[in-house]
Design a protein around this ligand. Sequence first.
Ligand code: SF4
Length: 686
Amino acid sequence: MSMRTTCPYCGVGCGLLVSPDGQGGATVKGDPDHPANFGRLCSKGTALGETLGLTDRILSPQIGGKPADWETTLDLVASRFQAAIRDHGPDSVAFYLSGQMLTEDYYAANKLIKGYIGTANVDTNSRLCMASSVAGHKRAFGSDTVPGTYEDLDTADLVVLVGSNLAWCHPVLYQRLVAAKKARGTRIVVVDPRRTATCDSADLHLSLTPGSDAALFNAALVALADRGAVDRSYVAQHVSGFDAALAAARASDPGLTGLAPGDLAQFLDWFTTTDRVVTVYSQGINQSSSGTDKVNAILNCHLATGRIGRPGMGPFSVTGQPNAMGGREVGGLANMLACHLDLENPQHRAAVQGFWASPAMPDQPGLKAVEMFEAVATGRIKALWIIHTNPAVSMPDADAVAAAIKGCDFVVVSDITRTDTTRLADVVLPATAWGEKSGTVTNSDRTISRQRPFLPAPGQARDDWRMIADVAARMGWADAFGWTSAAEVFAEHAALSGIAGHLGRDFDISGLAQADYDALPPTRWPVTAQQQGGRFFGQGGFFTPDGRARMLPISPRLPVAQTARRYPFRLNTGRIRDQWHTMTRTALAPRLTQHIAEPFLEIHPQDAARLGLAPATLARVTSPQGAAILRVAITDRVQPGQVFAPIHWTGDTAPMGRVDALIAPVTDPVSGQPESKAAVVAIAPL
Ligand code: SF4
């Protein structure tokens, strides 16, 4: 008999039908009834059944690298956190979480640290993924609302993909888009410095100067205004800031994009004359020192035309991780509260504090990811709990982050397998994995889906929400964390969202508080007693104090680090088709490793010839932060002066292939998201 569950990889959130074989394995198929994928799967989802062994699994708690029992380990974790709080205050401790966590786990962690420990020092690897989208949404809409749905991609006439290699990073969404193109001739424009696999289906590829996206969308706003495409009535009713945004757009130089005039003119022609436009954007926009401004430059264009919240129209941020959206919903970021309520809003804070019966609540944002590890390095953070993420590989300036973790007074890591980060921990907690745990995730279009267990927890592995509750109980808060199941955690989260709904916030799933959790079908929020899966913003009604959306004046800024004689190349980073994050699961499937077996560096033929690099030889890549050794892939997919390398390899899989060791810890001033796609590097034959 098959069971319905959800893929643990990307933010598309595909539904699966899993048939366990009774011996620890399972066959995996796409769920034909799931609204994200309608039965489709990509290579990663299809190979999930091959990743189910116990290879490298952590099966018992460990203290100092030695097996220990749960009681001793949990006592130690609680006492070390209590000691740090007693001696140095609540801001001396921090949690670093992950978009891999289920919503219930995220909720428990956020409640413990914000509501009971009393610090907002909780951030997540989602900071590296979509923090600029969150900040852009909040500036424009007054809330972190993703207005788009996947059906919009099916019904748009023009889809603009900005900084998104959808074909490799969100493959099933790409399949939907290609199907729409075949069925109804959807035009596709790809905006990306690199010619990616997504460009195979593009009608136009705009290979713009890295980081110049805001200049492109400012040019689009000017064209919309000059060609009579602005919806004056919508703007008058629902938007403020139009004149200032347009003035800033007129002051910005479209030449910054470096695009050929004919290509730019073609794009502006299509963008201004097509009503049903969806602008999909991803890490090429978000991972930037001006990521929030880029997001708002895109939102400006949709707000000026009223092309938002209507079928086939809207800006649409596609999230990288399976539950980045769930993390945002529970408030698992240093500058959020819970249920899209605001940490700095006294009314919101009082509402959450009352609901949680919380003894202490922070009123200021905590440390964002890069700041958090800097505070670990300087000794300000005395106790750190890292859950389901591998920052020793995935953070910018990864060598410095690894050194910081190693030097921290007390580090706990919860994970399923040994990683570069678990090796640096004082305590390792064995967690249940996909297929063993129960909970929910929210995908990029606000659809909440269940992950259901079909395998027993191996060894002494425990669910994350339970470990967090176990530690909370030892810190004296047993009553507030007395859940006995993930369903109870979800019901509490849903009930809290009803309060957010009453306070006028967008995130309200109170209609699910009494739902049959086990049988919960995929459900797009909001889900109030009156409404399910509705659209946002079609008739206006934004979440700002006056209900109007804000257009922002945007002055484009290029990446902070500039190429120069010592570091003459611009390094772009990203994912490959068949691997996920730091490969802890995908590397277990032989067919996924066959696609691309080792880390590589894409370099233009002219640059390779000038440097004396032959195909498939090794190159040493250095930046002010660190070094990597990568296999040379000579290709004109990258422009001269630019190179590309994938992010997946670790200290175990390719010790010198840790590309994030090259990335500077430069961040967007609004969102705190690192500029992971614009390092400057030098390259030489090895
Ligand atoms: Fe999983 Fe994403 Fe592939 Fe769907 S597109 S099967 S969610 S990795």
